[in-house]
Structure formats: structure tokens, C-alpha cells
Design a binder for this molecule. Structure first.
Ligand SMILES: O=c1ccn([C@@H]2O[C@H](COP(=O)(O)O)[C@@H](O)[C@H]2O)c(=O)[nH]1
Length: 266
């Protein structure tokens, strides 16, 4: 259930790496190779590539992800949201240009802003629901007319009426594990993309405990900086591999503890 995030920050490139698009690509490729055996997903964050004129590097890297880790799903973290005509172009960008398996979306503009993505029913959509950042509280906790907080209304709509092909998941931060449980209740078995462990200090055991679906999975737990920058020297790829394995083991052990506790309770 580990998702390796690719957020190549040019201020943090390891020894021996420059900051050009081809160096960004070389760095990320080493991370992909080093972590592929531990990852069920990769999540490149588009801003780190676009900010450095490295969109072609991102295209190439997604190709490498598909080749080197054919069973891993590729989530383009772009957080798009716009009127239908523009959303159609964003869908082409994510699924045809970049060949991502899924894309992250902002739900703020409503159902017609999500509709163009339904033309790709075999791809996934992760809608921002309860985000990992402190400012997420500003809007996500506003009460709706149904007397539920906005993030729960998003969870409900995104996985039902806005989801004719069953392709929707939700983004819920590991920094708020209690809300992961509340979202899970509303969203059934929909996949949850969970950023916030590692550098943001989220709570892994409670994320797993509250977030597993009825089939015992349903979580893509993302770690970006903690893996990418586990080392800064020439051995950065080995350090990334170790951190990915450590995180994968921690996820497995949290899952094991949960299963043991629930069978003890029976
Ligand atoms: O609520 C959210 C939604 C997206 N993100 C993204 O996930 C990664 C987290 O990086 P770390 O280095 O593991 O903290 C990053 O790409 C964010 O843009 C999020 O953190 N929270």
C-alpha cells in the first residue's frame, strides 16, 4: 500500500546531480528503480516538473514507471479543477499526454468539472477531501445544509452521484486519522490516497487502522520527501530504498496489528 511520491526539489538534489530537466529525470529514475519493489503506486507531483521546464522529463519518467513497475499505478498529482471545456483538456493532458493511470482533482467547481474525466472510465480520479495541511480546516469543516462538514459531503458526492463508472477515490491526509475513519464510513470501499506520513508527521498506525476498506486494503499511503531525500550523498538511492522498505514494513505491521486486534475482539 506504499505510494512513492516524486517531488524533485532542485534545492535538494543529491551530490553529483545538477538542476536541469535531464538531471531531474536521472535522479527520479534512480529513485523509481530503487523503490519499485516496495511501491504499489508512484505519485509524481506535476508542479516540481513544470516549475523547472521538465514536463518532457515527467513524460519520460511515467513511461519508465510503466515499464519498470508494470503493476504499480501512476497517479499524476495535478489537483486540477475547472469548467468542463477546460477540464476536458486537463483530462487529455493527464491520460493521453502523460499516460497516468489516475489524476488528483479539486472538487470545488462541482460535478461538471469532473464529468470530462468520465470519458476515461478505466482511469482513476482522486478528489481532494480532507487534505493533510492545517489550512484544510478553513473550508473543509464548514457545515453544509445537510448538517455534515463539507469534506464528508465531498466524500459522499464524489463516490456516488459524481461517480457513474466507479472510478473515484479520495485524498485524505494521514495527519487527520480520525477523519480517515469517518471518510471510510461514507465512501464504502473507494480507494483513499493518503499523503502526510514521513515529512508531515502523519500517524501511520491509525491511518491504517481507520482507513482499510472491507476487503483489507483500499489505501495508497504516500511518502515523498522522506524517501526522496533519505540520503543526500552518492548513496541516495540506497537510502531511498531502505526508507521505502521501512515504510512498507511499517504499513504491513500496522495492518497485521489491526487484524490481530480485531480477531482478538471476536
Ligand atoms: O492533502 C494533501 C494533498 C496532496 N499532498 C501532496 O502529497 C505530497 C506529500 O509530500 P511529503 O513530502 O510526503 O510530505 C506532496 O506532493 C503534496 O503536494 C499533500 O501533502 N497533502
Amino acid at each position: 500500500m506504499l505510494c512513492v511520491g516524486l517531488d524533485p526539489d532542485v534545492a535538494r538534489m543529491p551530490a553529483g546531480y545538477g538542476t536541469t530537466p535531464s538531471e531531474i529525470e536521472r535522479f527520479c529514475l534512480e529513485i523509481i528503480k530503487a523503490t519499485a519493489e516496495h511501491a504499489c503506486a508512484f505519485k509524481p507531483q506535476i508542479a516540481y516538473f513544470a516549475a523547472n521546464r521538465a514536463e518532457q522529463a515527467l513524460e519520460n519518467l511515467i513511461g519508465h514507471m510503466h515499464e519498470l513497475a508494470p503493476n504499480a499505478t501512476v497517479i499524476l498529482d495535478a489537483k486540477r479543477g475547472d469548467i468542463g471545456a477546460t477540464a476536458k483538456q486537463y483530462a487529455i493532458e493527464a491520460f493521453e499526454r502523460y499516460r497516468a493511470d489516475s489524476v488528483t482533482l479539486s472538487p470545488y467547481m462541482g460535478s461538471d468539472s469532473v464529468e470530462p474525466y468520465h470519458a476515461y472510465p478505466d482511469r482513476g480520479l482522486f478528489l481532494l477531501c480532507r487534505t493533510s495541511n492545517p489550512g484544510g480546516n478553513d473550508l473543509q469543516f464548514l457545515n453544509t445544509e445537510k448538517d455534515e462538514p463539507l469534506y464528508q459531503a465531498v466524500a459522499r458526492m464524489a463516490t456516488t452521484t459524481w461517480n457513474p463508472h466507479g472510478q473515484a477515490g479520495l485524498v485524505v491526509g494521514a495527519t487527520y486519522p480520525e477523519e480517515i475513519g469517518l471518510v471510510r464510513k461514507v465512501a464504502g470501499d473507494a480507494p483513499l490516497l493518503v499523503p502526510g506520513i514521513g515529512a508531515q508527521g502523519g500517524d501511520l498506525p491509525n491511518t491504517v487502522q481507520n482507513g482499510l476498506c472491507s476487503k483489507g486494503w483500499g489505501l495508497l499511503i504516500n511518502s515523498s520527501r522522506a524517501i526522496l531525500y533519505a540520503g543526500s550523498g552518492a548513496d541516495f538511492a540506497t537510502a531511498a530504498q531502505k526508507e521505502a522498505k521501512r515504510t512498507q514494513d511499517a504499513i504491513q505491521s500496522a495492518k497485521g496489528d489491526m487484524i490481530e486486534n480485531s480477531s482478538r475482539r471476536r
